[in-house]
Design a protein around this ligand. Structure first.
Ligand SMILES: [Zn+2]
Length: 433
């Protein structure tokens, strides 16, 4: 199917609603025309439907909302099978569940199996792009890229760098960090829709030697993303500063090794000092907020409004398996509640922005995906009430677009995703399952 139309209520963003009043485009009866996998037109259906309906098939979605595919900027595919594993906090959770599971990814067949399960789960939830952690094993990244490439999905990943404070089978050897990373960049960065992110677990599981290696990689590949964790729990911060006593705060560990730039994405960013927030903003770095994970592991409440006011680039991550859902709607829901407990000021447009164009901007992919500008790749999701009478009555009663979006955020989830499309192909259809 080379050229077709999609008709229904359509929403996308052209700017950050925190920065600009009219940041979104909404058509109650909209038309999206897709040709060769890319967006040709977004407009009201009334203007075009008479002239176009004889020229191309038009799929009608009354009572649905169509928006750009969700972008999950921080998620661990290797933790898919340990979702919902209880622990008192992050460090205990890593030792008890995460590291034993990640050890299994030294087997490429296991990695390939879970990569497919993970991608199925993403599509079932309307997520078309993710920035993804495999494990330290080169094959685990290779298998992930291969699975995403076969499906034509736009994904970002990178072999995890770590060389201490984990079981032996999860540690890089003398050369595997650098050589493995370079082989994977060579093989996958820019191949089809794949891109590489230089990926460090976090400062605590890397020696100074490996932090220096990160600096070399970031210097050598300045256009690649750098992805890690920052300031997730208070215990982690204490531990990290004990390991790097010459650094005055957590962010300064990463600054010392030259990895903080406008291409860095830091997951969590919960307990940052005023100074760290300012320095992140000055560097143009971005924060991937992961509320379901933060609540589940008891890590803390990300100060989303304060980070936004500091002009730090923000996006949302599920952080599965610390996170408890693949659904970006559920992630928005928890983010909303976290904001309610903090400084509030976060509404449904902000949250849909963060899960679409905000994510694309954080990953420097907004020239390809994130909204329905002409020429962009046609990744989109069709949402509906998912068979829920409660949701349907709420949508029927919604007097404004904001109220309707809010109902998706609060009552929605996996069941709300009727279809997911990637590069103009339908890659998930709920009712055919
Ligand atoms: Zn994480």
């Amino acid at each position: 199917m080379k050229r077709f139309g999609i008709r229904g209520a359509i929403l996308d963003f052209i700017a950050d609603p925190q920065e600009q009043a009219k940041a979104w485009r909404y058509f109650d009866d909209g038309l999206l025309v897709v040709g060769d996998g890319r967006v040709e037109l977004l407009d009201s259906a009334a203007k075009h439907i008479d002239s176009l309906k004889d020229q191309l098939p038009v799929f009608e979605y009354p009572d649905c909302l169509i928006c750009p595919g969700f972008i999950d900027t921080h998620v661990h595919y290797a933790q898919t099978r340990i979702i919902g594993s209880p622990a008192p906090g992050l460090l205990e959770w890593l030792d008890t569940y995460t590291f034993p599971e990640e050890l299994r990814f030294q087997d490429p067949e296991y990695a390939a199996l879970v990569a497919d399960e993970f991608l199925d789960e993403c599509l079932r939830n309307g997520t078309t792009t993710g920035q993804v952690y495999p494990t330290v094993h080169e094959d685990s990244a290779d298998e992930f890229f291969a699975a995403a490439h076969r499906r034509g999905l736009r994904m970002v990943a990178g072999k995890v760098l770590m060389d201490r404070h984990a079981p032996q089978g999860l540690l890089d050897g003398e050369d595997s960090g650098e050589a493995g990373t370079e082989r994977l960049i060579e093989k996958w960065h820019g191949k089809g829709r794949q891109s590489y992110s230089i990926t460090l677990r976090f400062a605590g599981t890397s020696t100074r030697r490996q932090m220096e290696l990160c600096r070399r990689l970031v210097d050598r590949y300045p256009n690649l993303l750098f992805h890690t964790h920052l300031s997730e729990t208070l215990a982690e911060i204490d531990w990290t500063l004990g390991l790097f006593p010459d650094c005055s705060d957590y962010l300064s560990v990463y600054e010392k090794y030259g990895v903080v730039s406008n291409h860095s994405v830091f997951a969590h960013c919960i307990h940052l000092s005023e100074s760290e927030q300012q320095r992140l903003a000055d560097a143009g770095a971005s924060a991937a907020l992961c509320p379901t994970s933060n609540l589940f592991l008891g890590s803390g409440l990300a100060p989303i409004k304060r980070l936004a006011d500091q002009k730090i680039k923000l996006s949302l991550g599920t952080d599965v398996g610390g996170g408890t859902s693949f659904s970006m709607l559920q992630t928005m829901h928890e983010m909303y509640k976290v904001a309610q407990l903090g400084e509030q000021g976060v509404g449904p447009f902000d949250l849909f922005y963060l899960a679409t164009l905000g994510g694309a901007r954080a990953l420097h992919l907004d020239q390809h995906v994130g909204n329905f500008d002409q020429g962009k790749e046609a990744d989109f999701v069709v949402l509906d009430a998912g068979g829920s009478n409660l949701s349907q009555q709420k949508f029927d009663r919604a007097g404004s677009v904001a109220e309707r979006l809010f109902a998706y955020i609060i009552l929605g989830g996996t069941h709300s995703v009727r279809e997911t499309w990637s590069l103009g192909r339908r890659v998930w259809q709920r009712d055919s399952e």
